[in-house]
Design a binder for this molecule. Structure first.
Ligand code: XBP
Ligand code: MG
Length: 245
């Protein structure tokens, strides 16, 4: 008698198979490798103050703005929402975002931002298995370097076969561009890889690149719709239960 395999157990089997034998794990950065969005929010507010602007993004406003991937795009969305008589020019936005990126690096240096629980362990296990590692993120290479130099050491980039940052592709998440570029550089097909994400934008981006997704919930995206993910965890320390189940 064949037992109908419920989608849930089929997904768990697929996840276990990818964790054990997948060709590559492709990590999102913000909210996945580390819980960075509060530092980003502080960096935006410090940049606004340094630019003499009266903008201040509280958590509620920022949660809404996070539906827009990309710091520059987020500034533009907020400015457009204000229906100002003199909207910011692209050059103003780029300058403001450059200040923000500097503030983010300063805040990281002062406050630090550790890898999320279970991230380092998964990276180590994957490396020991000979699996390749990559990054596909909306943020900038500068931010990735500031975060991972502190968390993984100066030679952090030796751990990752490929790092695709948001400004290196035409469209940011939920468009699949960063994931398609990562697959192209890895010369792998999506079904041989596993994406690890924290947001609906990231889930959609990876799925549109035909990469199965493991979600680890983060601060700002607790109530996003993750229906299409293989599994949703609070964090990666829950993984061993998957292996051993
Ligand atoms: C999250 C983002 C980024 C950060 C801010 O990226 O959407 O925009 O919020 O970084 P991820 P920037 O894909 O890693 O979750 O200001 O550099 O965009
Ligand atoms: Mg993220």
């Amino acid at each position: 008698m064949t037992v109908a395999v419920s989608p849930a157990s089929a997904r768990i089997e697929q996840l276990r198979s990818l964790l054990l034998r997948g060709r590559a794990l492709i990590f999102d950065v913000d909210g996945t490798l580390a819980e960075t969005e509060e530092l980003h929010r502080q960096a935006f507010n410090e940049a606004f103050a340094r630019a003499g602007m009266d903008w201040h993004w509280g958590r509620t406003v920022y949660k809404d703005l996070l539906r827009v991937a990309g710091g520059k795009e987020r500034i533009r969305a907020f400015d457009q929402g204000r229906k100002s008589a003199r909207p910011l020019l692209d050059g103003d936005i780029a300058d403001l975002h450059r200040i923000k990126t500097g503030c983010f690096a300063d805040l990281l240096a002062k406050q630090g931002c550790p890898l999320r629980p279970g991230v380092h362990a998964l990276i180590s296990v994957a490396m020991a298995r000979g699996q390749r590692l990559a990054i596909a993120t909306t943020t900038s290479r500068e931010n990735i370097d500031a975060l991972l130099s502190a968390a993984l050491g100066r030679n952090w980039s030796d751990i990752f076969d490929d790092v695709v940052a948001g400004d290196e592709v035409p469209r940011k998440k939920p468009a699949p561009d960063v994931y398609l570029e990562a697959l192209s550089r890895l010369r792998l097909s999506g079904s041989d890889c596993l994406a690890i994400e924290d947001s609906a934008n990231g889930l959609i981006a990876a799925l549109h690149a035909e990469i199965p997704v493991l979600i680890t919930r983060s601060l700002y995206f607790q109530d996003d719709d993750f229906t299409e993910a293989l599994l949703v965890l609070d964090d990666l320390t829950e993984l061993p239960e998957i292996y051993s189940a």
